[in-house]
Design a protein around this ligand. Structure first.
Ligand SMILES: Nc1ncnc2c1ncn2[C@@H]1O[C@H](COP(=O)(O)OP(=O)(O)O)[C@@H](O)[C@H]1O
Ligand SMILES: CC(=O)OP(=O)(O)O
Ligand SMILES: [Mg+2]
Length: 395
């Protein structure tokens, strides 16, 4: 059975075609800069050279079409026809309290995803376009929605509730949901297996462009840093993470902007980009800091500091921690971020092995010293495989 997994982000589309007989990736790739100048598709068929093409992609539906064409291309394709695809699994950000377990896409599911646009303004619209483009391009094939909220949905009430009048929870289900759930579930589950300890206390730092951190015991969520929307918590590429809500009122009043405009600023112009003034991409900020750009240095210090604070809070929440795991674009690749985070964790009994940290090569690696009380691990996330597994269960 071949499953196509589609992960639509705000300006990108990541995909994998997976043969579920042996979970081998037949092809994977990414469409970047969707909706902007210079859209590009990078397609990597297994065992063949990668194929890169710059093509206009005004929206995600065009990107889906290009992906399906690339998969069937006589030269760099891996299937003869889209008929070979049994089902499509989609990462979907938010469906409130209505759906959080993986489900077959129906008209009602699409309606709920649409109703939640304001809770996931960067993701939900793209997710829905991705689903509808697949329905159109491959009529009759089952589409499965795998929700980013599945992991956080089960956190205890004391962690999920905001201390605001209870009626807003009753009326509108205003609570903390948490996101990157597919990743936190996959990575914490793999860590429990790696440690061989069923009740392992694990902190997962999913640090990519979006970033969140979770605490779990035996793979079950205790707490996670994103809230009602993916804006709460860590400092991200363009998102502020935690701010005093009174900041919104002050800036709206003084700059004469609406709350919607302010939220757009917190989502798209803040974080590493806003603080450094350089870029939302960590690599650019690290480079600028190396060239003595003071704001870039400050942005990095604040970025690391926020992660350190959350790790401390989550170790306290679980009354201990067995492993701290780094994953996603930054977590898997940035030697200095991992090193600087671990520098402040000596009090927990964390001892990083500098050499091991520098020699991580794309696979799972333990980067703490043999004597470290807490294991520090780099474990590549695989949201696409986890989504494909959920998809298979439903078709
Ligand atoms: N080699 C690297 N070193 C440091 N950071 C990296 C490296 N590769 C990617 N990143 C960071 O990872 C981020 C993207 O992470 P990713 O998990 O792909 O994010 P998302 O899924 O949210 O788009 C980039 O913005 C970049 O800052
Ligand atoms: C939830 C979220 O922030 O996702 P991403 O990192 O893909 O933007
Ligand atoms: Mg991601």
């Amino acid at each position: 059975m071949k499953v196509l997994v589609i992960n639509c982000g705000s300006s990108s589309l990541k995909y994998q075609l997976i043969d579920m007989e042996n979970e081998s990736v037949l092809a994977k790739g990414i469409c970047e800069r969707i909706g902007a100048e210079g859209s590009v598709l990078t397609h990597k068929p297994a065992g063949k050279d990668k194929f890169v093409t710059e093509q206009p992609m005004p929206d995600h539906s065009v990107a889906v079409k290009l992906v399906i064409d690339a998969l069937q291309d006589p030269e760099h394709g891996v299937i003869e026809s889209a008929d070979e695809i049994t089902a499509i699994g989609h990462r979907v950000l938010h469906a409130g309290t209505v759906y959080s377990d993986a489900t077959l896409v129906t008209e009602d599911v699409k309606k709920v995803v649409r109703d939640c646009f304001d809770l996931g303004p960067l993701h939900n619209p793209a997710n829905l376009i991705g689903i509808e483009a697949c329905e159109k391009a491959m009529p009759g094939k089952p589409n499965v929605a795998v929700f980013d909220t599945a992991f956080g949905m089960n956190m205890p009430q004391k962690a999920a509730m905001y201390a605001i009048p209870y009626e807003y929870y009753e009326k509108y289900s205003i609570r903390r949901y948490g996101f990157h759930g597919t990743s936190h579930m996959f990575v914490s589950g793999e860590t429990v297996k790696l440690l061989g300890k069923d009740d392992a206390k694990v902190i997962v730092c999913h640090i990519g462009n979006g970033a969140s951190i979770s605490a779990s015991i035996g793979g079950k969520c205790v707490d996670t840093s994103m809230g009602l929307t993916p804006l709460e918590g860590l400092i991200m590429g363009t998102r502020s993470g935690d701010v005093d809500p009174a900041v919104l009122q002050f800036i709206c009043n003084h700059e004469h902007i609406s709350v919607d405009e302010m939220l757009n600023i917190l989502n798209k112009k803040s974080g590493l980009l806003g603080l450094s003034g350089v870029s939302s991409d960590l690599r650019d900020v690290v480079k600028a800091a190396g060239e003595e750009n003071e704001r870039a240095k400050l942005a990095l210090e604040a970025y690391v500091y926020r992660i350190v604070k959350y790790i401390g809070a989550y170790a306290a929440a679980m009354n201990g921690v067995d492993a701290i795991v780094f994953t996603a674009g930054v977590g898997e690749n940035s030697v200095p971020i991992r090193e600087n985070v671990c520098k402040s964790l000596g009090y927990l009994g964390v001892e990083l092995d500098k050499k091991k940290n520098e020699n991580v090569s794309g696979d799972t690696a333990i980067i703490s010293s043999d004597d470290s009380k807490v294991k520090v691990i780099v474990l590549p996330t695989n949201e696409e495989l986890a989504i494909a597994r959920e998809t298979v269960k439903l078709v």
